[in-house]
Design a protein around this ligand. Structure first.
Ligand SMILES: Cc1cc2nc3c(=O)[nH]c(=O)nc-3n(C[C@H](O)[C@H](O)[C@H](O)COP(=O)(O)OP(=O)(O)OC[C@H]3O[C@@H](n4cnc5c(N)ncnc54)[C@H](O)[C@@H]3O)c2cc1C
Length: 587
């Protein structure tokens, strides 16, 4: 099996040629020292860790899985050592706040490292990914005392984080949750309840496990307004910062699941566990959304990571595997990569992964601008663009990521279905990313129901104008055969957006949501392909191989993937009536 190759060349092309990373960083106070060379050398090292240490544990971790005995979770052989080495090398703190010991590097680097982590070992990547989300929520909403106690050790990775929202009867609808928190009278609370499906709920790496738990205060109103957020650690922390007594919480069971077997997904029992309020009472969901938004982008990147890895393996296999005669008359057996149908499967994965990486970099740049730009309006606009793009990245990257995993498995024929080549693991591992952190259907409703209305609808309008301006600028460089399909698809998206805002109504929005999000994603990918092709064309003869391939891939995307927008637009045009006509008992 070919080894995973971190896409560092592509990263260098994106940062240096497509996004003008050096100038973008120079415009952000505090980041003047950051540039493409630095980013590439950091990611080269990160890539070595992912490919050299984490990928070799991917298969063994899947086969061994996690175990629970006498209340103790054990992760598969080698995972704890790898985690400690990851922390030791400073990878956990890459983008962490320097005030609490983080390295303060830009989001762009973090998101690219996250992709490599997800390619190499999705289960492993969740440990630092969840900790970072928890850090984000605490950084925004916790008291100074909680921050001082917890953030330095969580940012370094010495302590891990978990988010505990879901209960057996409260999944998408968190307003139904029943966990309770009763004041202890000393500023802390006693939390009681059972949560299910808690990723990284415990580990055997040492240190603490810091749970962010949603629960209700006594007399809290029903629904989401009655939910508060609490920090509850596995070990109580002494005044000097050392670990004290075990808190009243335990792992009741490990979930048996389809994939990510090296990740302990826990049923958590909180039996009067001591916790501290994070943010205001009754505003827990709001505080938790800080974590969930960070996690949603992270989960989207998981889809990209799996797609990249699975596609790489499929390309390597298709070059070696000999079957049949060539479609051009070459006597067989020929490598299957010469068959048009196999090429189509490989190209779809490539065209998705490279466009998604570009869009991820663009989104992360907006995140950096939203925090660091000196101009308040620029920060606010960038923040709105990130909010708009978050459900698109989460849902589209994981949907296309799963499709790419399946297509890459298909390239292996029967050898993809048996365990030997590892392709069925990609399919199993990729699947969860479409479900957790809010299902992809829920992401689509977030896009249609909330994000299209951001800034009174100005945020999507600004986004469309941005895309249009880039397409117009690229026209003389890459020509109409690349730009016109993207332009036409953008017009479809704008038309669908206008129809949604005038037709309105929850049923129309719900009926349109997933098709609309996919249309939005395809337009965004097409935009990225035009930008990448234009950057490659700009380089002329000097284009390195990673850039020279871009034009061919851009053409494939416009010819073979963008036409899906026609079908989506047609389906959207029919509205909700055909979905709602059949009574529930007639299905
Ligand atoms: C492996 C794994 C790890 C997880 N990790 C965590 C974790 O770390 N922390 C945590 O708190 N949770 C975690 N979860 C829970 C996960 O986030 C939920 O499973 C997910 O949000 C969906 O909730 P549910 O399973 O209850 O499905 P439901 O909410 O019952 O949804 C079922 C279906 O109905 C649809 N649906 C529901 N409501 C609506 C609506 N209003 N409109 C339209 N469609 C709707 C959904 O899209 C879905 O297709 C994890 C789950 C798994 C399987």
């Amino acid at each position: 099996m070919a080894a995973y190759v971190p896409p560092v060349d592509d990263v260098a092309f994106l940062l240096g040629r497509v996004f003008g990373f050096d100038q973008a960083m120079a415009d952000l106070p505090g980041y003047e020292e950051v540039n493409t060379d630095l980013a590439v050398s950091v990611l080269e090292e990160g890539g070595k860790f992912c490919a050299g240490v984490l990928e070799p544990l991917n298969r063994t971790g899947d086969e061994e899985g996690c175990t629970l005995a006498d209340g103790r979770v054990t992760t598969p052989k080698g995972v704890a050592e790898a985690y400690r080495a990851f922390v030791e090398a400073g990878w956990c703190s890459l983008s962490g706040d320097p005030e609490y010991g983080g390295q303060g590097l830009p989001r762009v680097l973090q998101i690219l490292l996250d992709e490599m982590l997800s390619s190499a070992n999705l289960s492993f990547g969740l440990f630092p990914g969840l900790t970072r989300g928890a850090v984000e929520a605490l950084g925004h909403h916790a008291s100074a005392e909680l921050k001082a106690t917890y953030l330095p050790k969580m940012i370094s990775g010495e302590w891990t984080g978990a988010m505990a929202l879901t209960e057996a009867s409260a999944g998408t609808d968190l307003g139904l949750l029943t966990a309770r928190a009763v004041p202890n009278g000393d500023g802390s609370f006693a939390i009681t309840g059972t949560k299910i499906f808690i990723s990284s709920g415990d580990q055997d790496f040492g240190g603490n496990v810091v749970h962010l738990v949603l629960a209700r205060l006594p007399d809290a109103p029903k629904g989401v307004k009655g939910i508060s957020l609490f920090l509850a650690p596995k070990f109580l922390v002494e005044a000097d910062g050392t670990l004290g007594a075990r808190n009243g919480m335990s792992v009741g069971a490990l979930e048996h699941k389809m994939g990510i077997h090296a990740q302990p997904t826990c049923v958590m029992n909180y039996d009067g566990a001591t916790g501290w309020l994070v943010g205001e009472p009754g505003r827990g969901l709001n505080a938790m959304f800080t974590m969930m938004n960070a996690e949603r982008l992270f989960v989207g990147i998981q889809g990209l990571g799996i797609a990249e890895a699975a596609n790489q393996k499929a390309v390597a296999y298709a070059r070696e595997r000999l079957q049949g005669h060539g479609a051009d008359g070459t006597a067989g057996p020929v490598p299957i990569i010469s068959h048009p149908d196999v090429r189509k499967m490989l190209l779809k994965g490539r065209a998705f992964a490279e466009a998604a990486r570009a869009l991820a970099v663009w989104t992360a740049l907006q995140m950096d601008i939203a925090v660091h730009h000196p101009d308040a309006d620029t920060r606010r606009e960038a923040d709105a663009l990130v909010a708009l793009m978050t459900p698109v990245v989460k849902a589209a990257f994981t949907d296309f990521g799963f499709e790419t995993a399946v297509a890459s498995q298909q390239v292996f024929g029967g050898h993809g279905y048996i365990r030997e080549w590892g392709m069925e693991q990609y399919v199993r591992d990729a699947r969860i990313a479409q479900i957790y952190e809010g299902t992809n259907g829920v992401q689509a409703m977030d896009l249609v129901g909330r994000k299209l209305g951001l800034d009174g609808g100005k945020a999507p309008a600004r986004f469309f104008a941005l895309v249009k301006a880039d397409l117009d600028a690229a026209l003389p460089i890459v020509g109409a055969d690349l730009v016109t399909p993207a332009d036409d698809a953008l017009a479809r998206l704008e038309g669908a957006t206008a129809r949604l805002s005038t037709q309105g109504g929850a049923i129309e929005a719900g009926a349109a949501a997933t098709d609309y999000l996919r249309l939005f994603a395809l337009v965004s990918f097409g935009w990225m392909w035009v930008r990448m092709a234009a950057a490659a064309a700009d380089m002329g003869e000097a284009a390195p191989p990673a850039a020279a391939r871009k034009t061919a891939l851009a053409r494939f995307f416009m010819a073979r993937m963008m036409p899906e927008t026609l079908g989506l637009d047609a389906a959207l045009g029919h509205g909700a009536s055909s979905l709602m006509a059949l009574p529930a008992d007639a299905f």
